[in-house]
Design a protein around this ligand. Structure first.
Ligand code: TTP
Ligand code: MG
Ligand code: MG
Length: 489
């Protein structure tokens, strides 16, 4: 027998537990920007039709006394860890599938803990005693039905589908409840007059395979109650992704490229931290009209470098025909494997670029800076080709120009100044950089117009340790006797 457990309104329930003022109130967990989307809603908020992934402004329209609480991921991760430990006290066969969800195979545990229903009740009680949270459990002979069962009587549900009940449940199960059936498949199924999983029984395997590919074969089995995917303890995560709802819709290719680069960096870091490599990369794009698409491609080698992930994401992105503005961008990796075997860093780059090994060490260095100083410390500086063309020290200057650049945004003081000095010295540009009282940075670059222009561009592209919002420039008169680049205090 397989048991599927899923916490009720997980993030919201944790917040309600820890802050009694939130009890029995409509709560959503959400960022507080006007474009934020709801992570989850308490069951009180769901009565107003509010649900996960709904834009916050819509949620507010539905409930004027909605309480918006920011997410505290470390707290949820801590509860999740405890949850998995509780389930593991009953059986070693536990497969965590998300932060608030796990499968457990309890076959053979009856002698120790009693019949399966009793085991499920004991787990629910232990979860409540130790976490002060409720969960819902589904029990069925096969995995996919256990998951469906856990959702049937939420919250605080306990649903058991016995082997004898299976055909009846399958017969009436709305096809959209079957994991893997998305809106596209739904449309094609409606055309075939398929509305429940039982309706699939009318079709033979060949036709299903022709219509739905590999998934057709799975449907052929599922409608007969066959699901061979057993519980896989300590299963590897199936995918890792990072996505951003943008502060404003964009249609600019370079801006999208910058975001994909940042996300590939995030995903690469997560992969490496977990000692994983991936075999496929995908992108997700949500448009201003809320339609969304995903595109995936296989990689030739197993990869984990941020650069390789970015190159795949970019090549997928370049193939899109963009007719609408972009609201959300995401990068994901899947087909994950552990890095037990030596990792090959793949690069889809022309000869002359950094080698795979180079990127591996770049990534490692950047990862360790992140670990030490936090995630805002390092952002990729070299995106636009022009930034790669910094002049070397010693290049001839035909004419000297001097420009003051005021860099505002999220500028991390020390690192920003150090990186700017490094880049300016490398470019053979004189001048100085200093922090201003309001947190912005003033940089003065003196050199040939081309060199100065390149340094300004370097600032605009967001050098390491800065999220630059704006760079305002002003030509000033030359700094006499200034032939190096310094940090001023
Ligand atoms: P779910 O288990 O899907 O939802 P839930 O636990 O909030 O509610 P339910 O009682 O219906 O199970 O997701 C678990 C947590 O994952 C959820 O509390 C918040 C987070 N999450 C998101 O951040 N975004 C999402 O779109 C979804 C679906 C969940
Ligand atoms: Mg849940
Ligand atoms: Mg869940």
């Amino acid at each position: 027998m397989i048991l599927h457990l899923d916490m009720d309104a997980f993030f919201a329930a944790v917040e309600q537990r820890d802050n009694p003022a939130l009890k029995n109130r409509p709560v959503v967990i959400c960022g507080n920007s006007p474009r934020a989307v709801v992570s989850t809603a308490s069951y009180e908020a769901r009565q107003f039709g509010i649900h996960s992934a709904m834009p916050l402004f819509q949620a507010r329209q539905r409930c004027d006394h909605l309480v918006v609480v920011p997410a505290h991921m470390e707290k949820y991760a801590g509860d999740s860890k405890k949850l998995m430990a509780i389930i593991s006290q009953f059986t070693p066969l536990v497969e965590p599938v998300s932060i608030d969800e796990a499968y457990a195979d309890v076959t053979g545990c009856e002698n120790l803990f009693g019949p399966v229903l009793v085991i499920a009740k004991k787990i629910k009680q232990a979860v409540f005693n130790e976490l002060s949270l409720t969960c819902s459990i589904g029990i069925a002979p096969v995995k996919f039905l256990a998951k469906i069962a856990s959702d049937m009587n939420k919250p605080d549900g306990l649903t058991h589908i016995s082997r004898e009940q299976m055909p009846q449940v399958i017969k009436n199960l709305p096809i959209q409840k079957v994991p893997g059936v998305g809106s596209q498949a739904m449309t094609r199924m409606a055309a075939l007059n398929i509305h429940t999983l039982g309706d699939i029984l009318r079709f033979d395997a060949n036709l299903l395979s022709r219509k739905f590919g590999k998934f057709g074969i799975r449907l052929f089995e599922l409608c007969r109650g066959i699901d061979d995917t057993g519980v896989q303890p300590r299963a590897l995560r199936k995918s890792i992704s990072s996505e951003t709802t943008l502060a404003a819709d964009i249609s600019d290719f370079d801006a999208a490229k910058d975001i994909l680069l940042a996300q590939a960096g995030q995903v690469g870091r997560d992969l490496r931290k977990k000692n994983l490599v991936c075999r496929s990369v995908s992108i997700k794009v949500k448009f201003s009209d809320f339609t969304q698409i995903t595109r995936t491609q296989k990689t030739q080698d197993r990869i984990c470098s941020s650069e390789a992930i970015f190159e795949h994401a970019l090549s997928l992105f370049k193939r899109l025909v963009l007719k609408k503005k972009i609201r959300l961008l995401g990068v994901g990796v899947s087909h994950l494997q552990s890095t037990d075997a030596p990792v090959q860093m793949e690069l889809i780059q022309p000869a002359g670029h950094r080698t795979k090994k180079n990127w591996e060490s770049v990534d490692r260095a950047v990862d360790s800076i992140f670990d030490k100083f936090g995630r805002d410390m390092v952002t990729p500086a070299v995106l636009k080709p022009s930034t790669a063309k910094l002049l070397k020290k010693g290049d001839k200057m035909t004419q000297t120009t001097c420009v003051k650049a005021l860099v505002s945004g999220k500028v991390q003081g020390v690192f920003f100044r150090m990186e700017t000095r490094k880049a300016a010295r490398k470019a053979g540009v004189a001048g100085y950089v200093r922090n201003l009282a309001d947190g912005s940075v003033e940089a003065v670059f003196q050199g040939s117009p081309q060199q100065v222009d390149q340094m300004v561009q370097w600032c605009r592209n967001g050098p390491p340790a800065a999220r630059v919002d704006q760079v305002a420039t002003q030509k000033i008169s030359a700094l006499p006797g200034c032939d190096s680049f310094e940090i001023r205090h």
